[in-house]
Design a protein around this ligand. Structure first.
Ligand code: PHE
Length: 360
């Protein structure tokens, strides 16, 4: 093997084995760089005889070209391999199903509260609030509920604990939203138009009752507010809430200590094939209690009954949600609500309004 064959073997092997571009560059410099082995050999040509120079020069040129070509080819091969590896790593199967994302949903009770609030806001009712742990006075006395009234008995009301030595009556978990009437009257006086949505508590548990449920109270006081105003407000509310063009309401004489006269209100409906339809048919369904605010209640709220009068009503929000969205069992709210929340698609808020501003 002559010297050039040794060089050739050395560089071509080196190139074949190079695993990265930096190694190739090193080989290039070692062979073809200014001080590379081939370049030095080229420089020696000057000291050779013309014949020697011709053969060695030609051979050196061939070798130089061979190494150069091998370097280029290997460089390209390394780049290709790198690209292949990258493509393999970045491979993406666009036919895979998407990753499921958890979407938050709005609970039907919250949605109905928002719907109710929006509808009454259109009729000029503001939202009033009160505590869920309420004093005996606000929950009962101020609402003209006498101490011997059955609503006060232990089996209906959750009483808070009191020190045995403390003579004051225990606080209660409010049994209705009506105490908010008193608080609102005390706060703003008359005239007033408020609704009070919120949680209420009674010791009761079966398919249609839960110990905690939700009510919305309404109170409207003015100089000449009458039951006719009550009827119009309720009709507008029911049409908008149930999304029907007309409704028929029936006022049944009733008794509440805090209203006089009092009426329970039924709505005309049909139950054909187990499907509830509001506004048509031959059945009546009770939806709320109402009446003209009792003078004693106005007085408890610091309002002069000789000057002011008006109506109040209270209705169950859970029940409204069940009726509107066809939920058969109140316990669905607590035990399996996720299942049917999704079924009913409670993801977005779509608020109906009386005057059509937000609806459709
Ligand atoms: N507070 C009554 C109840 O819980 C409802 C009601 C409110 C009735 C206002 C008349 C007026 O049943």
């Amino acid at each position: 093997m002559n010297a050039l064959d040794v060089l050739k073997a050395k560089y071509l092997d080196g190139i074949a084995q190079a695993a990265e571009e930096a190694a190739l560059e090193e080989l290039r410099l070692a062979a073809l760089g200014k001080k590379g082995e081939i370049s030095l050999k080229m420089r020696e040509l000057g000291q050779m005889s013309p014949e020697e120079r011709q053969t060695t020069g030609a051979a050196l040129n061939v070798l130089k070209n061979e190494i150069d070509a091998a370097l280029r080819a290997k460089k390209e091969a390394l780049a290709d391999a790198a690209l292949d590896a990258r493509l393999r790593n970045e491979w993406l199967d666009v036919t895979l199903p998407g990753r499921p994302r958890r979407a938050g949903t709005i609970h039907p009770v919250s949605q109905v509260m928002d719907e109710v609030t929006a509808i009454f806001a259109d009729m000029g009712f503001a939202v009033a609030e009160g505590p869920q742990i309420e004093s005996d006075w606000y929950n009962f006395d101020a609402l003209n509920i006498a101490p011997e009234h059955p609503a006060r008995q232990e089996h209906d009301t959750f009483f808070m604990a009191r020190d045995a030595a403390d003579p004051r009556p225990p606080h209660v978990l409010r049994t209705h939203t009506s105490p908010v009437q008193i608080r609102a009257m005390q706060k703003t006086g008359a005239p007033i138009r408020v609704i009070a949505p919120g949680r209420v508590y009674r010791m009761d548990m079966d398919q249609t009752h839960t110990p905690m449920f939700h009510q919305v109270e309404a109170l409207a006081l003015g100089k000449d507010i009458s039951m006719a105003n009550l009827k119009w407000v309720l009709e507008e509310f029911c049409k908008t809430f149930f999304e029907v063009p007309s409704v028929e309401l029936r006022f049944r004489a009733s008794h509440f200590p805090f209203t006089e006269p009092s009426a329970e209100v039924d709505i005309r409906c049909s139950w054909e094939g187990g499907q509830l339809k509001i506004g048509e048919g031959n059945s009546w369904m009770e939806i709320l209690g109402s009446g003209m605010v009792h003078p004693k209640v106005l007085e408890a709220g610091g309002i002069d009954p000789a000057e002011w009068q008006g109506f109040a009503f209270g209705m169950g929000i859970d029940r409204l949600a069940m009726l509107k969205y066809g939920i058969p069992d109140l316990r669905a709210f607590f035990e399996s609500d996720l299942r049917w929340l999704r079924h009913y698609g409670f993801a977005a808020l779509d608020l109906p309004t009386v005057f059509g501003g937000l609806s459709k």
